[in-house]
Design a protein around this ligand. Structure first.
Ligand code: GDP
Ligand code: MG
Length: 432
C-alpha cells in the first residue's frame, strides 16, 4: 500500500465508527492501487462503490485497528470478487472435452500441455487435439508437448470442416479410450470476427464440457474486452490466467472474472510444463493490493510455529516472558529485520532507530533474563529503581531497558491487530 494510503489509514482512529469522509479518502487510494495493478477502470470504480457501502458505519474496535479494518474489508471483497476459494473445472468419469480459446500468445498451447501433464498425473487418459491451423508451427508445438508429456495428439488438417474434426475425434476414441480431450485452437493478435465464427463453429461441432479462456495476466486493461467478447461469442465456462510469474499484479484476472462472472481455475506460473497452479483468490487479492508480503510472513510464521504462548492465556496478556519466547521463535524465521519489515505498520511502531539484529536480540534477551518472574509477568511493577537494577544486571543502560519496555507495549498492540487479522494465535486460522 502506498504511503498516502497508510497515512489516511493511520488517521482513521478512535472515531468509534468509520465515517463517510474517512472511507471516501481511503477508497480514493484503494482505487489508485487497483488501477496500478491494471484493474480495468470501470471495474475499479464499481468495486470501490461496493466496498464503500459496506465500510461506512462499521464499528472500529480499537484505535489501531481502524485502518487495518478498511484494508480487511477491501481484501475480503477482492477475494469474493475473484471467486472466493480455488475452484476446479468439472470433470466427469468420461466424455470430457475441453475447448481452449484465447488471443495469440496468451498461452493456450502451453496451458494445454500443462493441463495434459497435470491430469495425466491424476490418472486421466488425455487426448490432445491440435486445431490451430492458422500458424504453421502451432500443431508441431503441441506435438512436441504431447511427446514430452506422453499423450497422443490428433492433428486437424488444413481447411478441415468442423464436422470432419468431430468425426475424426470420435473415431479415434473408438480405437483408443480417452476420458479427457483437450482442444487447442487458433488465436489472433486481436479480436477478429472471422476467427470468432470459426471458433463458434468448431465449438458447436465438438460440444465441449468446458470452454476455457486463456488470458495473459500482462494484458492488463485489455483483458476486460477480450474476456467479454469471447464470452459473448463462445460462451465461456472458466478462465486460466497465464504469466502470473511476471510483474503483473493480477488486475487482468480481476477484470476478466468480473466481466464474465466465470471461475478462474488455474494460474500459469512459468513456461515449464509443471508451471500451472490452482488459482488462489486470496493470494491474488493480496497481490493486487500489494500485500503479498503479509502472506509470506504468515507462511514463515507457520513454519516456525511462531506462537508458543500458553494456549489458555489471552493474547492481550502478552507479557515479557512471552516476548522472550517470541523473540527466540522469531530468530528461527530468519533475519529479524526482514520479518519486521513484512508486518504492515511495524516499522512505524518500532521506536526510532530500532533495528533488530542478532546482537540486539541477545541484549534484549539479557535484559529480560535480568528481571524477576514477577516483573516479566507484570511489567507495570518495573519502577525506576527496578529499571536501574535490571540495567546493571544485564550490563545494559536504563535507556535500553526503557526502550525494551516501550517496544513490548507496542508489540502487545500489534498482537491484537494480528489476532484481528487472523494471523496470530487464537485468530481464525491462517490463510493457506
Ligand atoms: P498461444 O499462442 O496462446 O498458444 O500461446 P503459447 O502457448 O504459444 O505461449 C506464448 C508464450 O508464452 C510462450 O513463449 C510460452 O512459453 C509463454 N507462456 C505461456 N504461459 C506462460 C506462463 O504461465 N508463464 C510464462 N512465463 N510464460 C508463459
Ligand atoms: Mg498456440
Amino acid at each position: 500500500l502506498g504511503k498516502k494510503l497508510q497515512d489516511i489509514l493511520d488517521n482513521v482512529r478512535q472515531q468509534g465508527r468509520l465515517t463517510e469522509a474517512q472511507v471516501k479518502a481511503a477508497m480514493r487510494e484503494i482505487r489508485m492501487a487497483l488501477l496500478e495493478a491494471d484493474v480495468n477502470f470501470n471495474v475499479a470504480k464499481d468495486f470501490v462503490a461496493r466496498v464503500s457501502e459496506k465500510a461506512v458505519g462499521q464499528d472500529v474496535l480499537t484505535s489501531l485497528n481502524a485502518g487495518q479494518q478498511v484494508v480487511k474489508i477491501v481484501h475480503d471483497e477482492l477475494i469474493e470478487t475473484l471467486g472466493g476459494s480455488a475452484q476446479q473445472p468439472q470433470l466427469k468419469t468420461e466424455n470430457n472435452v475441453w475447448f481452449m480459446v484465447g488471443l495469440q500468445g496468451a498461452g493456450k498451447t502451453t496451458s494445454t500441455g500443462k493441463l495434459a501433464a497435470h491430469y495425466k498425473g491424476k490418472g486421466r487418459r488425455v487426448l490432445l487435439v491440435a486445431a490451430d491451423t492458422q500458424r504453421p508451427a502451432a500443431r508441431e508445438q503441441l506435438k512436441v508437448l504431447g511427446n514430452q508429456v506422453g499423450v497422443p495428439v490428433l492433428e486437424v488438417q488444413d481447411n478441415e470442416p468442423p464436422h470432419v474434426t468431430q468425426q475424426r475425434v470420435k473415431e479415434y476414441l473408438q480405437k483408443d479410450f480417452r476420458d479427457l480431450v483437450i482442444v487447442d485452437t487458433a488465436g489472433r493478435l486481436q479480436i477478429d470476427e472471422n476467427l470468432m465464427d470459426q471458433l463458434a463453429d468448431l465449438k458447436t461441432a465438438l460440444n465441449p464440457t468446458e470452454t476455457l479462456l486463456v488470458v495473459d495476466a500482462m494484458t492488463g486493461q485489455e483483458a476486460l474486452n477480450v474476456a467479454e467478447t469471447f464470452d459473448k461469442r463462445v460462451n465461456l465456462s472458466g478462465l486460466i490466467i497465464t504469466k502470473m510469474d511476471g510483474d503483473a499484479r493480477g488486475g487482468a484476472a480481476l477484470s476478466a472474472r468480473f466481466v464474465t462472472g466465470k471461475p478462474i481455475y488455474f494460474a500459469g506460473v512459468s513456461e515449464k510444463i509443471t508451471g500451472l497452479e490452482p488459482f488462489y483468490p486470496d493470494r491474488v487479492a493480496s497481490r493486487i493490493l500489494g500485500m503479498g508480503d503479509v502472506l509470506t510472513l504468515i507462511e514463515r510464521a507457520q513454519q516456525a510455529e511462531l506462537s508458543a504462548m500458553d494456549p489458555n492465556k489471552k493474547i492481550t496478556d502478552f507479557d515479557l516472558e512471552d516476548l522472550l519466547l517470541q523473540m527466540k521463535n522469531l530468530r528461527k524465521m530468519g533475519p529479524l529485520g526482514d520479518i519486521m519489515k513484512l508486518i504492515p505498520g511495524m516499522s512505524k511502531m518500532l521506536p526510532e532507530g530500532f533495528n533488530v539484529d542478532e546482537k540486539q536480540l541477545k541484549q534484549i534477551e539479557a535484559i529480560i533474563q535480568s528481571m524477576t518472574l514477577r516483573e516479566r509477568r507484570d511489567p507495570k511493577v518495573i519502577n525506576g529503581q527496578r529499571r536501574k537494577r535490571i540495567a546493571a544486571g544485564s550490563g545494559r543502560t536504563v535507556q535500553e531497558v526503557n526502550r525494551l519496555l516501550k517496544m513490548h507495549d507496542q508489540m502487545k498492540d500489534m498482537m491484537k491487530v494480528m489476532q484481528r487479522m487472523g494471523m496470530g494465535k487464537g485468530g481464525k486460522g491462517m490463510p493457506k
